[in-house]
Design a protein around this ligand. Structure first.
Ligand SMILES: Nc1ncnc2c1ncn2[C@@H]1O[C@H](COP(=O)(O)OP(=O)(O)OP(=O)(O)O)[C@@H](O)[C@H]1O
Ligand SMILES: Nc1nc2c(ncn2[C@@H]2O[C@H](COP(=O)(O)O)[C@@H](O)[C@H]2O)c(=O)[nH]1
Length: 390
């Protein structure tokens, strides 16, 4: 039945049994697959961190091992894994005995994201992406100069439609303002910590803004999307440019002030910055407005003169009708796998057969024909079906 599982290795709890003749001493529970002349060994822990799975590569031609930069937040180690080579430079990793929100992962070894990162970092790169069922609504990126009213508009939207929109909580190295809470308004962090996380591929974008480091972690966007809400990002133009270049398919909105004088008045009236900081933000505003209007990043430009009118325009462009009830999309459902199972690949379907004494021998079918997205975010669009044994 089905195609030969050419590069399929079932959970290798007893060691390295792939038969590719690679000389190494992988630990128990390592799993290996071969793509071309390279074997990818998945197992152990990443850079000594017991919380994440490590990856090693063996090149058959040079007979050399290498440790690639592993980007993204990968799966936690568990009892065993199945690894299957998919087309388009991905390896599907199915975890055994894991929680339903942690069972399906994709290790990207030769996707466009990975190729780009290789060029940027000048070294071997692989990237993790968690697999989830269902699809998501496009995130919304909102940019504009400091003080134009982005935060005010976003708060209005989230207050009116709490089940539809969620905010991507950014990281920043700037000090919290009075009343700002860590984890709600920002993740306030330290420059060294944030730079290390950027290096580890945890950020979708980052930029130095008004003298501080700001960034959107992949997780900040994905937790909102997983909850079934449409994610809103409040980021500067540099960040919007990076998101535009990433695999995240988003809507881009730029908010303009009615005049520079009005912008200055709003910044002063807010009373959150020192005079020096206000001057810095106003100097940056000029360049930001020019970039916002002419960079080709933004599909929509909103003028925030009268707040109520601007809010109405924002709702219009998001297709929110004042009279229609608005519901979010379904929250992501987990993928519950039987504790004991075997895995087989059949074209774009993965058959997971329940095994073990006293079980019902049901089969779970994962249809991967419509997967989309991927590193640095989630791989979405997995369709799941359960075939009951008669
Ligand atoms: N249309 C408007 N008319 C008058 N005041 C406004 C308008 N929109 C927002 N404001 C006020 O302007 C100030 C700045 O707004 P807000 O904090 O939302 O700006 P922001 O774009 O999020 O700034 P930052 O980028 O610095 O976070 C706030 O005090 C807000 O109440
Ligand atoms: N590129 C990014 N820019 C961000 C992010 N979070 C916020 N911002 C932008 O920074 C300025 C200043 O914000 P403030 O809270 O200090 O007033 C503002 O224009 C935001 O849009 C981010 O994650 N990435």
């Amino acid at each position: 039945m089905g195609e030969a599982p050419a590069f399929f290795v079932n959970h290798l709890e007893n060691g390295y049994t792939n038969g590719f003749g690679v000389k190494s001493e992988p630990k128990n529970r390592d799993t290996s697959v071969q793509i071309g002349d390279r074997s990818f060994v998945i197992g152990g822990n990443h850079e000594g961190n017991p919380l994440f799975l490590g990856v090693q590569i063996h090149d058959k031609i040079t007979n050399k091992w290498s440790s690639p930069s592993v980007l993204g937040t990968g799966p936690k180690p568990c009892k065993g894994y199945s690894a299957i080579v998919l087309k388009n430079g991905r390896i599907l990793v199915i975890k055994k005995g894991s929680a339903s929100d942690d069972s399906i992962w994709f290790l990207e070894v030769d996707t466009s994201f990975v190729r780009e990162q290789k060029k940027l970092l000048g070294r071997e790169v692989v990237a993790w992406s968690k697999g989830v069922r269902g699809n998501a609504e496009k995130p919304i990126v909102i940019s504009g100069p400091s003080g134009v009213g982005k935060g005010t508009l976003i708060s209005m939207l989230m207050k009116e439609f709490p089940s539809m929109f969620g905010f991507s909580v950014s990281h920043t190295t700037r000090a919290p303002r009075f009343m700002e809470k860590c984890g709600v308004h920002y993740h306030f962090t330290d420059k060294t910590v944030m730079e290390k996380e950027i290096k580890d591929g945890k950020f979708l974008e980052f930029a130095s803004v008004h003298g501080n480091l700001y960034g959107t972690s992949i997780e900040s966007v994905e937790v909102v999307t997983d909850s079934g809400k449409r994610c809103i990002l409040d980021i500067d133009v540099q960040g919007a440019r990076s998101v535009k270049a990433s695999s995240l398919d988003a809507i881009f909105i730029f908010v303009c002030p009615p005049s520079m004088n009005e912008l200055e008045d709003r910044l002063r009236a807010r009373g959150t910055e020192t005079e020096e900081q206000i001057q810095k933000r106003l100097r940056n505003a000029d360049a930001e407005i020019k970039a916002g209007e002419s960079s080709g990043i933004f599909e929509h430009i909103l003028y925030n003169d009268n707040l109520e009118e601007c809010y109405k325009n924002l709702k219009n462009l998001l297709g929110i009708d004042d009279h229609a009830p608005v519901n979010g999309v379904e929250a992501v459902e987990g993928i519950n796998l039987p504790k004991e199972h075997t895995v087989t690949k059949m074209e774009e379907k993965i058959l997971i057969q329940e095994t073990g004494e006293g079980t019902k021998n049901n089969m779970i079918v994962l249809d991967l024909s419509s997967i989309n997205g991927g590193a640095p975010g989630r791989t979405r669009g997995i369709v799941l079906d359960t075939v009951k044994s008669s």
